[in-house]
Design a protein around this ligand. Sequence first.
Ligand SMILES: Cc1cc2nc3c(=O)[nH]c(=O)nc-3n(C[C@H](O)[C@H](O)[C@H](O)COP(=O)(O)O)c2cc1C
Length: 210
Amino acid sequence: MKKQILSLIAVALCALNAADTVVKLPEPNKKGGMPLMEALANRKSSRAFNSKAAIQPDVLGDLLWATWGFNRPGLRTAPTAINLQELDVYVLKEDGCWLYDAEKHALVRTVAKDLRPATLGKLRQNFVLDAPVTLAIVADKAKATSLGNKDFSEIDSGYLSQNIYLYCASAGLATVVRASFPPTLAKEMGLKDTQQVTLVQCVGWPDKED
Ligand SMILES: Cc1cc2nc3c(=O)[nH]c(=O)nc-3n(C[C@H](O)[C@H](O)[C@H](O)COP(=O)(O)O)c2cc1C
């Protein structure tokens, strides 16, 4: 019990430290990239990341826009059932956990702690720690079922994941989607009770060995 209270206090303190940190991302470059058929030909899961190569803000901004940005007024680069847009994308990196605010094309820090280790599940896939970025796709289950429909949030998450794969193929980045993360991740991220992590996806520059 004491341990639980202490960990709750730690999460609350991290959230307090993180408050008010907003970083505007560079405008996404919506032109160019690899032809679609080439990107599909190159799409793959990679687990060998160069831990020393950071992802620059312009690349991160393009990646996030490709994943879940607005490409028309009120509508996104990925479809959702009944256009519920019940998903959020968080960026887990060394300097904390950040919510992608697609409207402002900005990052809002929610936890001032590196949560990449908190995504390690039973498989202990240690390559996760080499990837400078882990994207976490988070579903709001209350929104997902708000119209009394079947919950499509896991299906909807797959479209975001494929957008990540295709952007990475185009940009020469390495990526792998992962369903093996512990249930404790949501708490570490300070998510609401109605929110659930559906997928996490490592992104980084490829290791020479790959
Ligand atoms: C829903 C889903 C969950 C996955 N979970 C993991 C995972 O936890 N760890 C991992 O290393 N790869 C994971 N993968 C990646 C698959 O292993 C990979 O897509 C598959 O081996 C085919 O390889 P390819 O993506 O290069 O075509 C997952 C893929 C999907 C679609």
